[in-house]
Design a protein around this ligand. Sequence first.
Ligand code: DON
Length: 304
Amino acid sequence: MDPVTDSLDEVHRRLAGLRDGEVADYIPELAGADPDDFGIALVSMAGRTYRTGRADTPFTLQSVSKPFVYALALSDHGVDEVLRRVGVEPSGDAFNAISLEPGTGRPANPMVNAGAIATTALVRADGADDRFRRILARLSAFAGRELDVDEAVYASEAATGDRNRALAYLMRSAGSLRADPEETVDTYFRQCAVRVTTADLAVMAATLADGGRNPVTGVRVVSEPDAVRTLAVMATCGMYDGAGRWMLDVGLPAKSGVSGGLIAAGPARFGVAVHSPPLDASGNSVRGVAALRAMAERFGLHIM
Ligand code: DON
């Protein structure tokens, strides 16, 4: 066994018994997740994967899709145009809050739902099908394999996602969303329902850490400046209103999702991912946050 896998195993062993947090149930299909699912994976810049626990169990991306679609919007339009449409300031509010700039209706940042919905609408395409096709292709390139959609989770969110629809209509009425609200939210729900494993997520995080080049496949997925910008927004906004404490404890750009996925990137060093469904009050995976804290202590991960 190598020392990295030994350390991951040890962190996993130490935290597997942690019983805090609640599995998200506002998307009914997510409520059936096994609270004992717990996987950790790390991918080095040499493209080597280290893993422990249930790193091959599938789950949906949810908000972890947001930075990757933001990177795609940046590559389609450039940073100035994207900034005109979606801000980059932490909102200090919950992920599903109405975080819109007074007057313009511009969402606070691309990591809260409003900003992510506006970002999805920015992806260049010939209609909604083509837009989702491009998003899925880009997410797949980040992961280094062809991903697919968990149709049950998609249908479950589409049936219950009225708050996100309301956010889209608010932005539409303020003039900050210049696309069809229903179509945009539908694409956003599909992007959230893309199925991955913890091992996939670690490759996706490592691709951002490697300046936009997938270290496993060698494919350039986004430009280096766009990868760096994406990491910057993850650093300030990725952990919602837990972002400040996260920087203090872990010190890495990161993104969480309500299915219990969590990624963090050590620029030019590694990508790491944890999956464990029980969430804290901010919507971040309890074991995910604890595992990254433990690794930050062990390896000295802080970049700031
Ligand atoms: O829009 C939603 O509510 C979900 N599809 C994603 C939210 C999410 O993952 C927030 N992260 N912690």
